[in-house]
Design a protein around this ligand. Structure first.
Ligand SMILES: C[S@@+](CC[C@H](N)C(=O)[O-])C[C@H]1O[C@@H](n2cnc3c(N)ncnc32)[C@H](O)[C@@H]1O
Length: 327
C-alpha cells in the first residue's frame, strides 16, 4: 500500500471532504460579506466521484473521514453518500460537521446510514446574537438539532464555538454551564483568518485567556489525548460534559498534522491555510486510472510545507474562505 507520507515524514490518515460550498447560514466570520462565487453544479464532484477518491485514499492509509461544507445537510440525498462511505473497508471513523439547522429530522437517518459521530457548530446561546452572527433566526432549530443528535446516540457530541472578542467571549461560562449535565464536549476554537472574514489580531481570544476565565470558577483537569489530536481536553469534577480548546492560532499543530482536504469542486488541499495544490476533478472525468490519481495526490503531498506561516503573516496569505474549505 502506498502511504500518504509527506516530505517531513508525516503520515496522513484523516481526510476532510467538503460536499458543497452552499450554506443555510451566513456566519460573519466564515462567509465573506460580499458573498462568494457559488460553484456551478457541474463543478461539484458527484457522489460517485467522491466515493471513488475516498476509497482510493482509504487504500492509501486514510482511516478517518469527516464530511463538511458549506453545510453538508443542504446537499440533496447526503444519506446515500454516508451509506456508501460507511461501507469502505479500512475506514474506522466517519464523522460530520454541521450547523444542525436540518439535524432534527435527519439525525436518526444519518445514524442508520453509518455516520458515527457529529460536531455541531454554535457560537451563541442568545437568540438576538445568533441572528446577528448568522443573519438567520434559527437558534431554536439548532438547539432542537442538538437534542435530536443526543437522543439518537451521537454521544459524546462535539460542540464547536468560535470565540471572537467582543462578540461571544462573554458567553464562555454560559457554554460551560450548558454542558454540565449533557454528554457534550464543548470546543472553544480560536478565531482564524481566512479570505475576507474580517479577522484581526484584536478579535483573537487566546487559549490561555479562555482557560483562565473558566478556571476562575472551575478546576480544569487535563485529559490525556493522542499525538495527532488538535484539541486540548479537560474535564470538570461533577460535569457530564467536557471542555476543549482548539489552539490553531497560539499553539499550532503543524508538526503532527495528519490531515488532507478535498473541497466540493475536487481541489486537493494539504494545509488549511494554503491554496489547494491541485484539482482532481478533471482527472476523474478523463478516465484517469487510480494509479494516476494516487500519483497526483502523492505529488501534491510532497508540496506540503513543514508548517504554515506565523500568525502575523497568516491574515495576508492568499487562501479561500472557510465556507469553501469546510474547516
Ligand atoms: C465552515 S463550517 C462547515 C460545516 C458546517 N456548516 C458547520 O457550520 O459546522 C466548519 C467549522 O469551521 C468553523 N469556522 C468557520 N470559520 C472559522 C474561523 N474563521 N475560525 C475558526 N473556525 C471557523 C465553523 O465554526 C465550523 O465549526
Amino acid at each position: 500500500m502506498v502511504k500518504l507520507i509527506d516530505s517531513f515524514g508525516r503520515v496522513h490518515t484523516y481526510l476532510r471532504i467538503s460536499v458543497t460550498d452552499r450554506c443555510n447560514l451566513r456566519c460573519m466570520y466564515c462567509m465573506p460579506e460580499e458573498g462568494i462565487k457559488w460553484k456551478q453544479k457541474e463543478e461539484i464532484l458527484t457522489y460517485e466521484e467522491l466515493f471513488r477518491i475516498a476509497k482510493l485514499l482509504v487504500s492509501m492509509g486514510v482511516n478517518k473521514i469527516r464530511i463538511t461544507g458549506g453545510e453538508p445537510l443542504v446537499r440533496k440525498d447526503i444519506e446515500s453518500l454516508i451509506s456508501s462511505l460507511s461501507s469502505i473497508k479500512g475506514l474506522n471513523r466517519l464523522s460530520m460537521t454541521t450547523n444542525a439547522l436540518l439535524l432534527k429530522d435527519n439525525a436518526y437517518k444519518l445514524k442508520l446510514c453509518g455516520l458515527q459521530s457529529l460536531n455541531v457548530s454554535l457560537d451563541t446561546l442568545q437568540k438576538d446574537k445568533f441572528i446577528w452572527i448568522t443573519k438567520r433566526d434559527k437558534l431554536n432549530h439548532v438547539l432542537e438539532g442538538i437534542n435530536s443528535a443526543l437522543v439518537c446516540g451521537f454521544t459524546p457530541l462535539k460542540l464547536n464555538v468560535v470565540v471572537i472578542k467582543g462578540i461571544n467571549d462573554d458567553e464562555i461560562m454560559d457554554f460551560v454551564s450548558f454542558v454540565k449535565d449533557k454528554p457534550i464536549n464543548i470546543r472553544f476554537i480560536e478565531f482564524m483568518p481566512f479570505e475576507n472574514n474580517r479577522w484581526d489580531y484584536s478579535k483573537l481570544v487566546p487559549y490561555e485567556k479562555m482557560k483562565n476565565v473558566i478556571q476562575g470558577k472551575y478546576e480544569l483537569i487535563p485529559i490525556k489525548g493522542n499525538k495527532s489530536d488538535v484539541a486540548k481536553d479537560f474535564c470538570i469534577e461533577g460535569f457530564q460534559g467536557t471542555v476543549s480548546f482548539i489552539t490553531s492560532m497560539t499553539e499550532n499543530f503543524c508538526s503532527s498534522c495528519n490531515r488532507i482536504r478535498l473541497t466540493a469542486d475536487g481541489s486537493f488541499k494539504t494545509c488549511l491555510f494554503h491554496k489547494p495544490e491541485c484539482n482532481l476533478r478533471a482527472f476523474l472525468r478523463t478516465e484517469a486510472s487510480n494509479s494516476k490519481i494516487s500519483e497526483m495526490i502523492l505529488q501534491a503531498l510532497k508540496l506540503k510545507k513543514i508548517g504554515h506561516e506565523p500568525l502575523e503573516e497568516l491574515a495576508n496569505i492568499e487562501n479561500q474562505s472557510m465556507i469553501q474549505i469546510g474547516g
